[in-house]
Design a protein around this ligand. Structure first.
Ligand code: BG6
Length: 491
């Protein structure tokens, strides 16, 4: 093994990521329609336990209906975000000045088609994204667009039932086509769906399905997988169209990577972790990258009495329109075993897991595991031989402002350890990794718990969980550290 510390290559795309629903705010401005993320309720008086409890509870139909008719923003933090909608020019300039080379954000579907099923787009929405992406390029940053990051027009849920309805494919493809035709020249990388495995692990966010509308667990699961199939088809049709309209554009697949180790070397634990990896991760990338449903899912569906309805051309469409690269979010790893009572539980992104005795956790209980990222990169490249992109990584932490400064050494340590492992994967192991976008590069509202106090950014935003504060941006210690890292990358 090489004893010199490997360094990221100069062409590596180091950048930052956010999503429209967690950052933009301005939920009812310039013709934007109401979206599913605008309806998620939060009470800043909740204690830790209540916050964590609500994180795991899907929205109920009464909550959804109540939220639809209220115009207050106080208890709906995703309606206000960090007001990026009105501050994007300054924010993008700050990001560019940290030396980052790429910016990832998502499109608010409701800004382009307020109800989702109109024939004509909202020009103000298109103008906003055009201007924002132009600002990125003017400031020397490439653009990485997620077409759908968890938020769909509420009208599509009420009138069509969300992604369980096949009509969603056409509405989505119309959105994609509109984007290709109007802002396609400004986008460098496309991600049709954020974390497509959220369909199973967070269905309200992933496929716009409300759990209490199903008679039992089986019907719910059936709807989630049917909805997922519609997203797979929409993904393939988008890639087909995108390759035709934008011959130079690159289209990626993305999952939330649940890296899972066997808790012991007991062969039954090894097999449990192996099947978990398949069912939670690889099923989704197998379809997106290999173009067909894998054998183990055929059996899984049979065992669970799940029947996916497909059109006669779906299989061919999936086969012929696979992704150009694969990406994933990576925050932590977990362990699995056949003997779970032996282990303590701990939290994680979208799912909870068992505590690995060798790993420390973040303030929110997510297990910090930089080496697991190297392993995951190797495993994914070995399986698909496609370039990889780490679309999200970062640490949610409580930051303290002391004398106008934020000394977030814990964040520097976290990012630095993960970048080191990526460098090893590239240089020592030979894995082609295109880039890395740090999640929540500027503080935004947490998607899981809706807390503003769960901060990921290298730029601090002066807002608290109740939405109070000046909204002013402050540069953290990690921002200045990032400047040195990016300067090093430029050689
Ligand atoms: C990812 C999502 O799963 O995790 C993001 O794509 C989210 O939207 C991120 O913000 C971190 O999760 P959280 O719950 O800490 O915001």
């Amino acid at each position: 093994m090489n004893s010199k510390k490997p360094i990221l290559p100069a062409e590596f795309l180091l950048g930052g990521a956010i999503s429209s629903s967690q950052a933009e705010g301005a939920y009812d401005e310039d013709g934007r329609g109401l979206e599913t993320q605008d309806l998620r309720y939060f009470d800043y008086h909740w204690n830790r336990e209540q916050r964590d409890h609500h994180r795991n509870v899907n929205i109920t139909t009464p909550e959804f209906n109540q939220a639809k008719v209220t115009s207050q923003t106080d208890n709906y933090p995703l309606r206000r975000g960090i007001d990026f909608y009105h501050h994007y020019r300054e924010d993008i300039k700050l990001l560019a000045e940290s030396g980052l080379k790429i910016f990832r954000t998502s499109i608010s579907w409701g800004r382009i088609f307020p109800n989702g099923d109109e024939t004509e787009p909202n020009q103000l929405g298109l103008a906003y994204y055009r201007d924002m992406f132009k600002a990125c390029h003017d400031n020397g940053m490439q653009v990485f667009v997620t077409i759908l990051h968890y938020s769909v027009p509420v009208h599509l849920v009420e009138n069509y039932g969300g992604w369980q309805n096949r009509k969603m494919i056409d509405f989505y493809v119309k959105l994609a086509k509109t984007l290709f035709e109007n802002i396609g020249d400004l986008v460098d990388y496309w991600l049709p769906f954020n974390e497509i495995n959220a369909s199973r692990f967070n269905p309200y966010n992933g496929v716009a399905i409300i759990k209490d509308q199903f008679a039992n667990e089986h019907d719910y699961l059936q709807a989630c997988f049917q909805a997922l199939h519609h997203q797979f088809v929409a993904n393939a049709r988008t890639i087909e169209l995108g390759h035709r309209l934008l011959p130079h554009a690159k289209f990626g697949g993305m999952i939330a990577r649940f890296t899972t180790y066997p808790a012991t070397c007991l062969p039954a634990d090894v097999f449990k972790a192996y099947t978990d990896e398949n069912i939670k991760n690889y099923f989704y990338t197998d379809v997106e990258a290999r173009g067909s449903y894998p054998y183990y899912m055929v059996k899984y569906f049979k065992r669970n009495n799940i029947n996916i309805l497909m059109n006669s051309t779906d299989k061919e469409l999936l086969k012929n329109n696979t992704v150009d690269f694969l990406s994933f979010s990576y925050y932590m790893s977990m362990i699995d075993t056949v003997d779970i009572k032996e282990y303590r539980k701990t939290s994680g992104n979208l799912v909870s897991g068992l505590k690995n005795p060798y790993l420390k956790t973040s303030d929110w209980g997510w297990q910090i595991d930089p080496e697991g990222l190297r392993t995951s990169l190797n495993e994914m490249y070995d399986r698909y031989q496609l370039p990889l992109f780490i679309a999200e990584n970062g640490i949610g932490a409580y930051d303290k402002v002391e004398n106008g400064k934020i000394n977030d050494d814990y964040r520097i340590q976290y990012i630095s350890a993960h970048l080191d492992e990526i460098a090893k994967a590239i240089i020592d192991d030979g894995v082609p990794v295109i880039g890395y976008t740090l999640w929540g590069i500027i503080d935004i509202v947490s998607c899981g718990t809706l807390e503003m106090s769960k901060r990921y950014g290298i730029i601090y935003v002066d807002l608290d969980d109740s939405g109070s504060g000046t909204g002013k941006r402050l540069l953290k210690k990690s921002y200045y550290w990032m400047q040195r890292v990016t300067a090093g990358l430029k050689g």
